[in-house]
Design a protein around this ligand. Structure first.
Ligand SMILES: [Fe+2]
Length: 367
């Protein structure tokens, strides 16, 4: 029988290699708006496919010479769509597990200087950005968002030993893999000393400077998005801002907070942003998220601080206006965030299927 499915790993490899493939997303528009595979074609035929309409894909323009990958939410109706297309003479495959599985597809992009190599690890669907930063023979990992093997394999490829693992904050939109990674490697897990977790870690303080390889990073407390939000400045040049400052916005200060607490957190965020703004404008800002689904284009998601200051209007407001506007512009709360935040606080995700909780776009930003 003709193989009619393609796994996430296989499609990820094809896209990484730059192989031409037509990705046909058949989900309802509402689901597409939430997240998608970058560069995919969309035809909202989900209902027709389910209803058995064999002509549902008649007016979709596809090339018969390039393979087609059909995508739905969970990989079932896309199988029917692939079957219809194959009967029409196309080479079609259904994406196994659909978008739920694609949540864990990733690509990398790299910045290299004389002293340090920064690998941005991008969960392409959700836009989660984690980092492995190598210098000499040592590396640090920030905001591990994928299976620990992803980072251990990358470190091995580059000949690095991972010595420190840290999260910029207690995440509420995906399950942090930092604790697991630290446990597997026996590496030191660092966290803002005020972080309220149920697991032990090495507490770090504001202004602390920590060497690794031939480089250093400085710990900079940037509360607001969460109380324990921390940024890391590598070699006075690269600032890893977590969900405090994005390339196109700032972190939302409202999660797990009532109205008055959100107000207080928005004020803290303003103060943290002022602190970041005092850094040289040339500083590269490397955030923990981007709000769009990403492609496989080897591009690092980053901007220089002066560019962000020029482009994000919130950053030029007075404290009063910043607080008001930030709170007014907040998007709907991310699904399952309370459950995810609790898992990240306890460090226990035994019996949990991450893909059941982590589906959908990132909603940590205000822009
Ligand atoms: Fe966050």
């Amino acid at each position: 029988m003709k193989k009619q499915e393609i796994s996430v790993a296989e499609l990820q490899q094809l896209l990484n290699e730059g192989t031409q493939v037509q990705i046909l997303d058949i989900r309802p528009q509402q689901q597409r708006d939430e997240w998608m595979i970058a560069g995919s074609i969309h035809k909202d035929v989900y209902e027709e496919i389910i209803a058995g309409n064999q002509n549902a894909l008649d007016d979709v323009t596809l090339s018969a010479d390039v393979p087609v990958v059909t995508v739905c939410g969970g990989g079932r109706s896309s199988l029917i769509a692939a079957d219809i297309l194959n009967q029409k003479g196309y080479h079609a495959y259904s994406l196994q597990g659909g978008m739920k599985a694609w949540n864990y597809a990733w690509s990398t992009a790299e910045i290299k200087t004389l002293d340090v190599t920064i690998i941005q690890v991008k969960r392409v669907a959700k836009g989660c950005l984690s980092y492995i930063i190598g210098s000499g023979e040592q590396a640090i990992v920030i905001d591990a968002a994928l299976d620990p093997a992803t980072y251990t394999q990358l470190a091995e490829n580059y000949g690095w030993k991972i010595v420190y693992i840290m999260d910029t904050h207690l995440h509420a939109d995906y399950i942090s893999r930092s604790l697991d990674l630290a446990g597997e490697l026996g590496a030191e897990l660092l966290f803002n000393k005020s972080a309220e977790t149920d697991f032990p870690f090495t507490g770090i303080h504001d202004g602390q400077i920590i060497p690794f390889g031939q480089s250093i990073f400085e710990v900079i407390f940037t509360p607001g998005h969460t109380a324990e939000s921390t940024s890391f400045l590598v070699n006075n040049q690269f600032l890893f801002t977590g969900d405090t400052l994005f390339t196109n916005g700032v972190g939302r200060p409202d999660l797990k907070a009532n109205e008055s607490k959100a107000l207080l957190k928005a004020e803290q965020l303003y103060n943290s942003i002022q602190h970041i703004k005092s850094f040289p404008g040339e500083t590269f800002i490397l955030p923990a998220h981007t709000s769009q689904s990403l492609g496989f284009d080897n591009t690092v998601i980053t901007s220089r601080l002066f560019q962000i200051v020029a482009q994000v209007d919130l950053l030029s407001l007075s404290k009063e206006d910043f607080v008001k506007q930030t709170l007014e512009r907040i998007s709907p709360t991310p699904p399952n965030y309370e459950q995810i935040a609790l898992i990240n606080k306890t460090g226990n995700h035994e019996g949990i299927t991450p893909s059941d909780l982590e589906a959908g776009a990132n909603r940590c930003a205000v822009s």
